[in-house]
Design a protein around this ligand. Sequence first.
Ligand code: NDP
Length: 254
Amino acid sequence: MSALAGRTAIVTGASRGIGRGIAERLATDGALVAVHYGSNEKAALETVEIIEGRGGRAFAFRAELGAPDAVDTFYAALDAGLAERGAAREFDILVNNAAASGSGRIHQLTTEVFDRLFAINVKAPLFLVQRGLDRLRDGGRIVNISSAATKHAFPDSVTYAMTKGAVDTMTLALAKELGPRGITVNAVAPGYIATDMNARRRATPEASAALAAMSVFNRIGTPADVADVVGFLVSDDARWITGQYVDATGGTAL
Ligand code: NDP
C-alpha cells in the first residue's frame, strides 16, 4: 500500500518550485494534496494536472498569505476544496513552504518590506498551525521549510534570513507542544535550489557555476532533492524525529 494512502496533505506555495516538488512527491506516496498558491492560478492548476496525470489526487486553492485575513481565507478556500471532493475537513500533513524573499541588504531595507516578509514567512505559518490544530489528526506531521541562511551568514537578504530563523525557533517550540499528540514538527533547510526565487542569481553561466560550487556535489539542487527529504519526514518511518533542523543543502559550506 502507498505510504500516505488515506491521508490529506496541505502544501503551501505548491504552485511552483520546491512546493510543487513536495506536492508531487506526497501525491505519489498516496496523499490527497491540497495545492495552495498566492496568485499564480495557472501554475497551481499545472501542479494539479501533473499530479492527476500520474494517477494522484490534488486540488488547488488560493490565499494571499500577506493579507490581514490570510488565515480565514486559507481555511475557507481549503474547506471548499475538501468538500468538493467529499473529503473530511481533518488533515494529516501541513507543509509550510510558501515564502517571499528579496529583502536586500541592510541599507536597502524598508519597514514595509520587513513587515511583509514577516507576515508571509512567519506570521502566516504560525497562525495556520494555530487554526489547524483542532483538525490536524493525532500522529500528524508539520514540516516548515527553512533555509541554509539561518546557519550561514546571508547579508544579501538579512530580513529573509531572520524570518527563517524565526521558523526554526517555531519548529522547536511546536515540536515540544505537539509531541504528546504524536505530531512531529521539523524544519527542512534547502541550499540553492533552481526555482524562480533565485532565477536572477543564476542569470549567467558563471553565476550558476558559483552557486553549484557551494554544494560538495557541485550542482544546484532540484525541488525533488528537497521533496524527497520532506517525503521521508512525513512518513511513518520518521515517527521518532521531531524538533529537528534537517540540512538539505547538498553539503553547502562543509
Ligand atoms: P518560489 O518563489 O519558486 O515559489 C514560491 C511559492 O510560494 C509559490 O507557490 C508562491 O505562490 C507562494 N507564495 C509566495 N508568496 C506568497 C504569498 N504572499 N501568499 C501566498 N503564497 C505565496 O519559491 P521556492 O520554491 O524557491 O521556495 C520554497 C521555499 O523554500 C521557501 O520557503 C523558500 O524560502 C525556501 N528556500 C528556497 C531556496 C531556493 O534556493 N529556492 C533556498 C532555501 C530556502 P504563487 O505561485 O501564487 O506566486
